[in-house]
Design a binder for this molecule. Structure first.
Ligand code: ADP
Ligand code: MG
Length: 672
């Protein structure tokens, strides 16, 4: 197999024939029958066969290949906007071809745009199974995938790993039967029935997947309990002192989460806990209390943040809390001068300083935390799995540190369970009091000038505003250019205001100087790219403008909007959108307009995007479930759990074989 092909397959996590077996089709096309051209129904996929009557490259309205195909019943036009020169030869007049595509009524009669085309001999046979369409990636064609899957089906042993009596009781087909039914379904099964994924063959595969999930959750849990970590008893020596000097009282939710964490830390095996709380719910305080519990016991704790801006802000906030208690806080980031950094590193290394905050600079080689007992990862979804693992390996004493991960992208609990192996979850479901709700406005970009006027009025009234530049995902260069242009335009339009600019490419000291100036009220308007998306906390900023809001994801919009509404004045978030809106763009804006609750938004996001993309497998580790969903297949979960317990207790070899089949080499990553 070529290395290029192997690389593309690896992108889909397909590393061998066994993985290909479990690469199940998204949908099917019915090429088992031919439809006479005259009876092809508009808007439905169909396969037709006919003779090429004409074929030419047309230049207007744009370059395209146009062919006319006729059978005994009628004729249609096929059109390709992108085509290879060889395609014209394939469509030479008089050739017999099969087209697969959707028929539409066009100006010149019925047509198919971009049909799949294949030259055939008269009377050539039709496939006997529905044609599967697989999830794929750029440069990897369906034909290749089909060939590879078919080969795997022939070469691999399709061993039954589930006990027969369980299958009979659940009324599920065997493994080999289910796989064949899904990869090469007979034409009398309706594609719709298969695509709904409630067909018994699908249920069988989803059950096996859920079973493997239960097995790996259970295994990961047992493995964690078998490891030792430094027990950090809750002496309250420092935590109580912090609560005494704090200018506010913790919310009930903060108290509950802090108590759950305190109990975990006191145990002699590593904590692995996710603290979920909406933007502004006060996760930092909960983390600070946990860090103090480590320090109380003479051990080190480190907090890692995804951006310089955020790390610095944490440093400022935590230092202000810790200093009155007589505790030093080391600050490690790329932006610090070498000499300061080295002195700090030496003191961390000697264990003289117990608390540290920083960016991924914390993971660099010279950083040594010999007494690290607690690692906190803020905005954990922004880190790769490997980075989180690396932090865990930092403590040099052979014991695992306790891990506290925090996220403001609320993941519904059931979803969290399916995407992270063995993780306890605490939730902050309450915002600190005294917040005024944020009003959200949707404004078409034709009315951008009114927004500028509004910014002027707010800032002259003593408020501050963020202006978030359009997101240009394809190109960082373009993104920077847009940010610079937005800045220039606003400077020109608002001569009476002090306008600043931050973006990802600024040097970190420039970035932090600008942020500090904004926080100190020395700037009225902060033009920013999404570098301000996470965590930035400037209570006097009460106006948020987001340009091209339709380009942002829901979680991002929610995060951005959460930058305001942190003080007592009423805050406004203005979402400027450009017409025409796509269907999902419209849906997203509607959700963000109607909802302020992060969990509600996360649920809507899940609905719009589907779970795979939602958690972002790339960032969060490999999702544990590819096919089953806790919503649709809830009835299979209990039996899966029971069978998992049974297998672990009585048939561990089967459990191993199942985990190898589904997880292969990925298992290690699931524990991060
Ligand atoms: P997030 O959960 O988004 O990380 P932060 O920890 O940044 O939220 O907290 C947001 C703001 O609320 C901060 O200014 C913080 O000091 C403040 N805050 C946290 N807890 C409380 C509380 N119980 N009462 C009042 N203000 C609080
Ligand atoms: Mg935060």
């Amino acid at each position: 197999m070529g290395s290029q092909l192997a690389a593309r397959l690896a992108k889909l996590d397909l590393r061998g024939p066994r993985d290909l077996l479990l690469h199940l089709p998204l949908r099917y096309e019915d090429e088992t029958r031919l439809t006479p051209i005259a009876s092809a129904r508009p808007g439905w996929p169909a396969q037709v066969e006919g003779e090429v009557v004409s074929c030419e490259v047309v230049l207007r309205p744009r370059r395209q290949l146009v062919a006319r195909i006729a059978d005994a019943s009628g004729a249609l036009v096929a059109r390709w906007l992108n085509f290879y020169p060889s395609q014209k030869q394939q469509l030479a007049v008089g050739r017999r071809v099969r087209l697969f595509g959707e028929v539409r009524g066009g100006f010149f009669g019925d047509e198919m745009v971009h049909p799949r085309v294949r030259a055939v001999e008269a009377g050539e046979g039709l496939p006997e199974a529905l044609t599967p369409v697989y999830p794929t990636t750029a440069g990897l064609g369906q034909a290749t995938l089909r060939k590879l899957v078919a080969r795997a089906l022939r070469s691999e042993r399709l061993d039954e790993l589930l006990p027969g009596d369980w299958l009979a009781q659940l009324d599920l087909p065997g493994f080999a039967e289910a796989l064949k039914a899904l990869h090469c379904p007979s034409p009398d099964v309706s594609p719709a029935d298969l695509e709904s994924r409630q067909h018994p063959a699908w249920r069988r595969m989803k059950f096996e997947e859920l079973l493997v999930q239960q097995l790996s959750l259970r295994r990961a849990y047992l493995a964690r309990r078998a490891r030792s970590a430094v027990p950090l008893p809750d002496t309250r020596a420092l935590t109580a002192a912090l609560l005494d000097v704090l200018p506010f009282a913790p919310t009930g939710a903060q108290r509950r989460a802090a108590a759950e964490i305190a109990a975990d830390l006191a145990a002699p095996h590593p904590m692995q806990r996710l603290l979920q709380g909406d933007v502004g719910s006060g996760k930092t305080l909960v983390a600070a209390l946990a860090m103090l519990q480590a320090a109380e016991n003479g051990w080190q704790a480190a907090m890692m943040a995804p951006t310089e801006i955020l790390a610095e802000q944490h440093h400022r906030k935590l230092a202000a809390w810790f200093e009155p208690l007589g505790l030093e806080l080391a600050w490690l980031s790329g932006s610090r001068r070498k000499r300061e950094r080295e002195a700090e590193l030496a003191r961390l290394q000697r264990g003289e300083v117990l608390l540290a905050v920083g960016t991924h600079a914390l993971l660099e080689d010279p950083v040594n935390l010999p007494r690290l007992a607690l690692a906190v990862v803020d905005e954990q979804h922004r880190f790769g799995v490997r980075q989180r693992l690396a932090l865990r390996e930092k403590g040099a004493f052979g014991q695992r540190p306790h891990m506290l991960m925090m996220s403001a992208t609320p993941i519904p609990r059931t979803l969290a369970m399916t995407h992270y192996a063995d993780l306890d979850v605490s939730v902050l479901d309450e915002l600190p009091p005294g917040r005024t709700p944020i009003r959200t406005r949707l404004v078409s970009d034709a009315r951008r000038d009114e927004v500028v006027t509004r910014v002027r009025a707010a800032c002259l009234g003593g408020r501050q505003a963020y202006w978030v530049c359009p997101l240009i995902e394809e190109s960082e260069a373009l993104q920077l250019q847009t940010a610079q242009e937005t800045y220039d335009t606003l400077v020109a339009a608002l001569p009476e205001l002090r306008v600043g600019l931050v973006h990802g490419r600024l040097k970190s000291d420039e970035k932090s100087a600008t942020m500090a100036a904004f926080a100190a009220g020395e700037l009225d308007v902060l033009v920013a790219t999404t570098v301000i998306e996470v965590g930035v906390d400037v209570p006097n900023a009460s106006l948020m403008v987001i340009e091209h809001a339709e380009r942002f994801g829901l979680a991002q919009l929610h995060q951005l909007r959460g930058r305001v509404g942190r003080g007592t004045v009423e805050s406004v978030c203005i979402l400027i959108y450009a017409q025409p809106l796509s269907q999902t763009g419209r849906e997203r804006l509607k959700v963000i307009f109607e909802h302020t609750d992060g969990f509600e938004i996360a649920r809507a996001d899940l609905r719009i995007r589907g779970p795979g993309e939602f958690v972002g497998a790339r960032q969060s580790g490999v999702p544990l479930l590819r096919y089953a969903s806790l919503e649709d297949d809830g009835d299979l979960i209990d039996p899966a759990r029971e069978l998992a317990e049974h297998l672990l207790a009585h048939e561990p070899a089967r459990a191993d074989a199942l985990m190898r089949r589904w997880l292969g080499a990925r298992e290690g990553l699931l524990q991060a």
